[in-house]
Design a protein around this ligand. Structure first.
Ligand code: ADP
Ligand code: X2W
Length: 293
């Protein structure tokens, strides 16, 4: 068969094309529902473990923007900070999922997050045809930080936000990409957990959804079965009875605070699998664990 004959034959059959068109058409009511909405997407350090996953993520974000959603990306990079600290021979410890950060550690965290990772995500989104702008909690006083607790050094929490820089960007079609490193009133840098920063910004922006992309399918019960739907009370129980541990704790407290702060729903989903964002937003079934008020 010549190439022309093959193309003609494919056009006659084209089963795949009709299936794709049907999928697109079924997405229409979902696209209409989310058009104009602000959706904060937290991209975790584990979820960006390969360039392919980052590229797939970037395409999904650009697609969201293309269909009228206003995505705001907040990123982590815990494993990447960990490997830089070990290359520099600096020991690191966690308490309840948060890195205990002295001045040297927060310096490394800022270099890795606001430098390398932020720019890699911005680049990936721009290569996918978007207009991404990288910034951190420091920029335009987006997030003002304070110490989380006595003895945790420069491990911070957000105490105030000024989201005007984000709305200025989203109103003009840009996609903000935010590193969670922030400063206090004196300009001292603080290491804020990326889930916490994303939750605070989602509430401050009045986002309709907060999507936390991680390295598990979602929240698991004691038998490692995926929990698909949780109320705030259910989430509290999972923390109290020890079902949720380590990095899942800041995710769940963030989810509870975000829904209490007016975010309609928080979704914890698998960032290791391509297109989870689209499955969650544009299909009936959704993906991962949905947490609501
Ligand atoms: N009940 C639970 N369900 C799912 N994951 C849990 C649970 N308890 C603890 N975890 C851990 O939380 C991790 C996700 O948090 P974290 O490592 O901080 O991810 P990220 O880098 O994406 O923010 C999972 O890999 C898992 O090991
Ligand atoms: C205080 C604190 O724990 N900060 C985090 C910031 C990065 C982060 O949250 O990254 P992931 O989302 O990939 O875990 C850290 O130093 O690891």
């Amino acid at each position: 068969m010549t190439q022309e004959q093959e193309m003609a034959e494919n056009r006659r059959k084209n089963e795949g094309g009709w299936t794709s068109a049907a999928t697109l058409s079924r997405a229409l009511p979902f696209i209409q529902r989310h058009a104009g909405a602000i959706i904060v997407v937290k991209f975790g350090g584990h979820a960006m473990s390969t360039p392919e996953l980052t590229a797939d993520f970037a395409r999904d974000i650009v697609l969201l923007r293309q269909v009228g959603v206003q995505p705001v990306v907040v990123h982590g990079g815990g494993p990447q900070i960990g490997s830089m600290l070990s290359r520099l021979d600096i020991k690191t410890e966690f308490k309840d999922g948060l890195r205990i950060s002295d001045m040297e550690t927060v310096g490394v965290a800022e270099m890795v997050l606001s430098g390398a990772i932020n720019k890699a995500i911005v680049s990936a989104i721009n290569c996918a045809g978007g207009r991404a702008v990288g910034l951190s909690g420091r920029d335009a006083r987006l997030i003002t930080a304070a110490p989380k607790a006595e003895g945790l050094g420069f491990t911070g929490v957000p105490i105030a936000t000024d989201t005007r820089v984000l709305t200025t960007l989203t109103d003009d079609g840009f996609i903000p990409v935010v590193s969670p490193i922030s400063a206090d009133e004196n300009g001292d840098g603080f290491n804020i957990n990326a889930d916490t920063a994303a939750g605070t910004l989602a509430a401050a922006l009045g986002a309709s959804r907060l999507m936390l992309m991680t390295d598990v399918e979602g929240v698991m019960d004691k038998d490692k079965r995926l929990l698909t739907d949780l109320s705030r009370q259910d989430v509290q129980t999972l923390i109290d009875d020890g079902t949720a541990q380590g990095g899942m704790i800041p995710k769940l407290t963030t989810a509870m605070d975000a829904v209490a702060g007016g975010v309609e729903a928080v979704v914890i989903l698998d960032g290791r699998r391509a297109h989870g964002l689209l499955v969650e937003l544009f299909t009936d079934e959704g993906a991962g664990t949905l947490i609501h008020a």
